[in-house]
Design a protein around this ligand. Sequence first.
Ligand code: ATP
Ligand code: MG
Length: 681
Amino acid sequence: MTFSPIEHNASLRIGSVEFVSPDELKVCLDLEAPDGISANAGIPRAFPRINSYVLIATEAGYIVAQVEWIAIEKTPFPKRKGFQDYGLVDLPYPTRKLRANPLGILKQNSNNQFEFQRGVQSFPSIGEPVLIPTDQQLQAIVESGKNRRIKIGSSPIAGNAEVMIDPDRLFGRHLAVLGNTGSGKSCSVAGLIQWSLAAARPKDSEPNARFIVLDPNGEYTKVFKDKGRVFHVGSDANSLQVPLWFWNSAEWCSFTQASAKAQVPMLKRALREIRSGGGRIASDVDLELRRKISSILISLRTQIRNGDNYEGWKFGPKLEAYKKDIEAFARHFSGHTTTLGEISNAITKALSFPHQTYIKKDGCIGYNDFPVVNIEPIENVIEKFLTTIGGLVFQNDFNEDIPLSFNSVQFADHIDNLAREDSNPHFFEFLVMRIRTMLADTHMQSILGDTVDMTLEKWLKTYIGDNNPTNGCVTIIDLSLVPAEIVHIVTSVISHMVFEALQRYHKHKKTSLPTVLVMEEAHTFVKKYKEEAENQSVSAMCCQIFEKIAREGRKFGLGIVLSSQRPSELSPTVLSQCNSFLLHRISNDKDQELVSRLVPDNLRGLLRELPSLPSQNAILLGWASELPIMVRMNDLNKSERPHSDDPDFWNVWTGKDECGNTVVRDVDWEKIAADWQGRIK
Ligand SMILES: Nc1ncnc2c1ncn2[C@@H]1O[C@H](COP(=O)(O)OP(=O)(O)OP(=O)(O)O)[C@@H](O)[C@H]1O
Ligand SMILES: [Mg+2]
């Protein structure tokens, strides 16, 4: 039996429109509308149900509205059919009502298929019939959108229709995964990565995908151990390395809490000088030597320009240091031994002119002031040498932020020297001490230390992934054992390195290299901060780099995925740049309020279900989904889940699990203590 469209609509009718406003429709349900389960639209389904959909036929197609509120209200007279008024006195009569948000239009295309579009242009008028969608219509609503490539779950309120997403939308404009502890955020994030890779995987190879996970709790190690590169604090092949020479000047300044007036300029100068003189630029030996010699010439000239530099007590030790450096270069750059020897001789000559030196009270050699004529030959010989190898590399070429390698101990010495030259050397004591303390800490040095074979290109290859990434699509950076003092700075350095690398990739290739940076427990790293503070704390600086990525990352193919249980503590800038949200259970008022402010007014009703969502269920809304949708995320089996199981007190107490297996939890504090104190290597 086939129905005419009108008969068909009549069979699906559940009520009529009673109130219309652009963001709200009120529907009075018919007496005979289903109550509990509806069987008139295909597969039996719960009706009326919060967050389910209803349709209202208009000339442009069906308006799709999402149920936000259901109630029984007293109506002044019963809604009855076929009864005339026989003069009876009507008593208030309970009627079922529901309130719904209009979301979009469901249109039928030329192939008789339904297509959902966001936005409603024409609204229904009062009295129009309200329909329950058929299975086909429901599927068209839930499965709307183009490029639905990755199945992330199913929608329990829409007949378990598949929820599929377009990765360009989900990752391209940043995603925030928010929810209480245990609500399933980490599983969803781990799942999104795994399902995306599985969907994109060509037959016999790995996809050209890049995910970098910053994992403060070390939860993801287990999941991606065999599928990606996992870095953690330690001394093995997978030890996390973020050398000090990667730090940019802002990171140095915030770590040392340098004061803007005196210390910041000095620190920047020290960085410029050490970087211009440093660097293992293996591919261009001459350039490296040029940089080093240039830096000596530049600082020599600066000394001379400053006027007071011929004072023996300052200038003498400086010349000695230059001589030492030049002799070291001569050993390293064996092709230039003779010419470098000439420079070293010129310095020796200047240092040993008659009456230049005297013996100090403490028995050491002191220097008298230097006559200009004695210094000029050094300058000349350096200049002559530089012209033979390509000329002076100007200091302006060096930006204090370029990651050119340097020796961190030399850097500390250099700052010390610069500080001593200053009229108020005590201004810099704290700064120098902080750097030296860091250099002396073995825990920190295992991450920050200068390893001879670490180069910028090697780091980029291992952490962002090689070509096509032959070394795996996922990088897990386990931050769990990074000392608290440097965990923010390490996170910040990794993030800024990734961002800048992709920025430069874009500059060179004129196209982007799609990469996703995942930040677990984002509230610790992307924490709100006070902007007016003079000295930005390390955590503020860390947050700023994420703000920058959130604002500009999209242009360079860098998407961020933030996961947090405290959305109200996150930086508002970063949150407002997230265009998609996967909201798990949120029961805290403050967090709920914040989340509701992120979504348009007419969708707020949907979020009322947030406090009661079971784990693994979430609401996906924003750019990635045509309309807000309730998702039950795909199941992950135990080996695919991040390691964050609830502690099993009872099983440990009783020594048995549910299946009767023995549960052992031995204690070996000796080993832990030894490891803690660095006695185990
Ligand atoms: N997609 C899923 N498949 C299977 N189990 C899941 C899934 N999502 C959540 N779970 C279950 O929920 C538990 C908690 O999830 P998860 O660790 O992801 O929560 P969380 O929100 O990250 O918590 P926290 O904020 O404490 O890190 C998991 O141990 C798992 O048992
Ligand atoms: Mg988690």
